[in-house]
Design a protein around this ligand. Structure first.
Ligand code: NAD
Length: 489
């Protein structure tokens, strides 16, 4: 199917070589057709051990962390090589992640590849050293120099929903900062990572061991990576539940831990906003990639006086979106990643019914499809913010509509969540917008349809949505240590 993956099977990248997995192979499945599209190398604990050793050696025994220009060259080379194979990568992404092809020209593939340029330029232009001048603490004249340097070996663990965006956001910035990396991608999307591994091995000067890519169907390899004393830092994107396990594991060796976790973001419509426009936008957005986005606004919070009208508009919007074949350029809502994920969404829909919620549109599998892990876009009404579906992340095309009693009540609802990832507010009044954006406790917040996603813009969460920021200068600095050198004069 792909020359990047000979015989429809992928390999591990360890110590600069493409190798087989110690546990043989595992199958990767097209979620739109339920067909097995091929196999991926299934690493075992010994493979992970070798990968960590390779990353350690590359960090400790080469000049990688100090040669900023060479790193920029390597990242540029990787970007160019990825761009040259973009059609193969696109086919893999659509087939394996079920990503609508429309999104692969943006955040599902080409956007994150292009964003590697921002990381490379940071490696070149970052101020690695700051002169703090001379001071005389304790009467000893001392010249102080503040240096920023790489943390060391980074263990990167990623989910399946936006595999390239998340893999490249971690790889690009960690490498630009001078680290070496062991990447363990999600078991549902091994090819998206392994195809990149084959490009790195065959088309770049990235030295052996600087990037290692270890695919496996065993989550335990992630746990191994987070507890190994040779790993200095863990960068993790995934669910909050797994994030807690990662943090606990990393604590045993006091690793720097960077977490991008789940969300339950709120879309606040104030009473002066154009309700039809706002609700239509919110409804459409929640169906993108079948709702499998951590920062999607899955709680629609509307003025109580116009609640019924808002529910009707939401129902018309989501009812008009048909989940479909992700290879079709018109599809925005493809399948869920797996049968397991669909069962999880269906479980939440049942909980909504049991708790007295009203399914206004959707609520199950599309009648016209007997293959693929599809679910109909769904609107849940007649609930408040205490409902389970308003509190927990569903990760499907499901919008819960909640009434508010004014701006402060809308803010209260937005913040009444264990999460704090993202959000949105619609209003025509700059003062009211400022009042809301000052008080909503989230890492990003959009206003009237603004887009916060960009290579130079840090992304991440408050509260149980994570620790730290990805992308932007702040994201780059997550991968740096600070060293002060004090020289007596
Ligand atoms: P997940 O937490 O189940 O798995 C994520 C990764 O962690 C996988 O690679 C998995 O193999 C690994 N893993 C599992 N158990 C582990 C352990 N004990 N130790 C170390 N690694 C372990 O998440 P998922 O289902 O793949 O992805 C969906 C979740 O990711 C959602 O909750 C979503 O909100 C979140 N997400 C967050 C962001 C963000 O930036 N905040 C972005 C995308 C997805």
């Amino acid at each position: 199917m792909h020359s990047l993956l000979p015989n429809n099977s992928s390999q591990l990248l360890i110590g600069g070589k493409l190798v087989a997995g110690g546990n043989g192979v595992f199958e990767t499945v097209n979620p739109a057709t339920e067909e097995v599209i091929g196999t991926a190398a299934n690493a075992n604990g010994a493979d992970m051990d070798t990968a960590i050793a390779a990353a350690r050696t590359a960090f400790d025994n080469t000049d990688w962390s100090r040669d900023h220009a060479f790193r920029a060259h390597c990242i540029d080379q990787l970007r160019t090589a990825l761009q040259a194979r973009v059609e193969e990568l696109r086919a893999i992404t659509v087939a394996e992640a079920g990503a609508p092809i429309m999104l692969t020209s943006g955040p599902q593939l080409e956007g994150p590849i292009a964003d590697l340029d921002f990381a490379a330029r940071l490696a070149e232009s970052y101020k690695w050293e700051t002169d703090l001048g001379v001071a005389s603490p304790m009467g000893i004249a001392t010249h102080r120099s503040l240096r920023r340097e790489a943390v060391g070996v980074v263990g990167a663990i990623t989910p399946w929903n936006f595999p390239h965006q998340i893999n490249f956001a971690k790889l690009g910035f960690a490498l630009a900062a001078g680290n070496t990396v062991v990447l363990k991608p999600a078991p549902d999307t091994p090819w998206c990572a392994a195809a990149v591994g084959s490009i790195i091995a065959e088309h770049t000067d990235i030295p052996p061991g600087v990037i290692n890519i270890v695919t496996s169907d065993d989550h335990g390899l992630g746990a191994q990576l987070t507890s190994d004393p040779r790993v200095d830092m863990v960068t993790f994107t995934g669910s909050t539940a797994t994030g807690r396990a990662v943090m606990a594991n990393a604590a045993t060796t006091v690793k720097k831990t960077f977490l991008e976790l789940g969300g339950k973001s709120a879309f606040l419509v104030l009473d002066d906003a154009d309700l039809a426009k706002a609700v239509g936008f919110a409804g459409f957005s929640v169906c993108v990639h079948a709702g499998q986005g951590c920062a999607l606004n899955t709680r629609l919070v509307v003025p109580r006086a116009r609640y019924d009208e808002a529910v009707q508009i939401a129902a018309a919007t989501l009812g008009g979106i048909t989940p479909g074949d992700p290879t079709n350029p018109g599809t925005i809502c493809g399948p869920l990643i797996s049968d397991r994920q669909r069962a999880r969404v269906e479980r939440y829909l049942q909980i909504a019914r049991d708790e007295g919620g009203r399914i206004v549109v959707g609520g199950g599998r599309p009648a016209d499809k007997d293959r693929g892990f599809f679910i109909d876009p769904t609107v849940i009404a007649d609930i408040d913010n205490t409902a389970t579906v308003a509190r927990e992340e569903i990760f499907g095309p499901v919008l819960s509509v909640i009434a508010h009693d004014g701006d402060d009540d809308a803010i209260r609802i937005a913040n009444d969540s264990p999460y704090g990832l993202s959000g949105e507010v619609w209003s025509n009044d700059p003062d009211r917008i400022r009042h809301v954006t000052d008080r909503v406790r989230t890492g990003t917040i959009a206003v009237n349809g603004g887009i916060w996603y960009s290579a130079d813009a840090p992304f991440g969460g408050y509260k149980q949505s994570g620790i730290g920021r990805e992308m932007g200068v702040a994201g780059f600095e997550e991968y740096l240590e600070t060293k002060l050198v004090a020289t007596s004069q």
